[in-house]
Write a protein that binds this ligand. Structure first.
Ligand SMILES: [Zn+2]
Length: 404
């Protein structure tokens, strides 16, 4: 059995203990001491890091009433020899701030609406709390946060002690009935919250600093809240303040006016997008007319437009072709696009009875391409960009053979 020193003193950073066992856990060296200040992963709180005789502790787990320290390398010390353990205080204190913050937030939810906490998880970046509540409005979240922070600002003492026996537990009227029986460890936030917990906590609520609910979502019949406390909350405030300061400086707008300014900018962007689309349409129509005007005549009646685009948006070229054949009743379009391989696009006015689908299958061979489409509008793509001119020339010479 390992004596848990953190039960009595969460602030113990260094301790001496005797080596009871040296074992292997998944091939990693591990050690069991007669007593320890290292907290093992349990009750939603992660393990402590630190060193034992300067050997890093990589994980701490609980097995029955023993605490196993998994180490980076084997300890030189033999069984029964004394070792010195030091815990990573920054990590531990962070866990204390988050964990006591959770008790306070759970206490606030209980006090305000008799809402039970279902589970808690202290993550690397955020903490989550599952609560038995159907919905949580912005207003309610703010109220819970406010109530919890008031308890923090009160700097109420936090006591921990053990109790035993059903009568005693009933008398205490805990926030949640513990699953365990026997000796139960109680965390008491003066005149506010009593709960059974084995975790490490600050000695007064003020040390939690502050609590911030960052978001929440519905999870089945529960609500999952995300929150941060203490140094995490300050770090979060720091970067968010920097980000808002930078954005408002760039826009030369007061930070408090940022919301309205962004709304205005989004509205403007929508408007500009609309205008740009109209402008593009007009430009395309103008381009279509120009190409028809500059087309070469075949047999004094068929207008032929052939052109190779170097770098172009294929979708826009397709739209242009559509415009051309809609504007004129006797036009044949033979286009090539060189960007991203080779593409060819053949089309003709509906009144002309040429089969562009069959024509492009033949001409496509020059670009080692495949494709097809409708009789008056077909496209093909291939690997040989240098074959585009040959494909277009083939089409120019032979289109009259491809009659529907
Ligand atoms: Zn707890």
């Amino acid at each position: 059995m390992t004596k848990r020193l953190y039960y009595q003193d969460s602030y113990l950073k260094e301790f001496k203990a005797k080596v009871l066992k040296k074992i292997k856990i998944d091939n990693q060296p591990a050690v069991v001491l007669d007593e320890t200040a290292f907290y093992p992963t349990s009750g939603g709180q992660p393990y402590d890091k630190g060193v034992i005789q300067d050997v890093p502790v990589v994980e701490v787990v609980e097995e029955g009433d023993e605490i196993i320290h998994i180490l980076k390398e084997e300890l030189k010390e033999k069984i029964i020899s004394e070792v010195v353990g030091k815990i990573d205080w920054e990590r531990r204190f962070d866990h204390m701030q988050q964990h006591l913050g959770q008790h306070i937030l759970s206490g606030a939810l209980m006090e305000l609406w008799s809402v039970e906490t279902v589970s808690f998880h202290l993550g690397e970046e955020v903490c989550t709390l599952d609560i038995a509540k159907e919905k949580l409005s912005e207003e309610e979240a703010k109220k819970a946060e406010e109530c919890a922070n008031e308890i923090i600002f009160d700097n109420r003492p936090v006591k921990c002690y053990f109790v035993e026996g059903e009568e005693e537990l009933k008398r205490l009227n805990l926030r949640k009935v513990p699953e365990k029986t026997g000796k139960i460890r109680i965390i008491e936030v003066e005149d506010f919250d009593l709960s059974a917990c084995g975790g490490t906590h600050c000695r007064a609520t003020g040390e939690v600093g502050m609590i911030k609910i960052t978001k929440w979502e519905k999870r089945g019949e529960k609500i999952r809240l995300e929150f941060i406390c203490g140094r995490r909350a300050w770090k979060d405030y720091f970067w968010k303040n920097e980000a808002i300061k930078n954005i408002s400086n760039k826009l030369t707008i007061k930070d408090s006016e940022l919301g309205e300014a962004i709304d205005r900018m989004l509205e403007d962007r929508k408007e500009i997008g609309k205008e740009l689309k109209e402008f593009k349409e007009k430009l395309q129509e103008y381009e279509a007319k120009r190409l028809i005007d500059e087309s070469s005549l075949r047999d004094s009646r068929i207008k032929i437009i052939n052109k190779v685009f170097e770098e172009d948006n294929f979708q826009e070229v397709k739209e242009l072709v559509q415009k051309i054949i809609n504007l004129d009743e006797s036009v044949i379009v033979l286009f090539g696009v060189k960007s991203g391989g080779a593409k060819i696009l053949f089309a003709c006015s509906r009144a002309l009875k040429y089969d562009m689908n069959r024509l492009i299958r033949e001409a496509g061979k020059f670009i080692e391409g495949r494709g097809g489409g409708a009789p008056n509008f077909a496209q093909a793509g291939g690997k040989r960009a240098e074959g585009i001119e040959d494909a277009l020339n083939y089409a120019l010479e032979h289109f009259q053979e491809f009659i529907i």
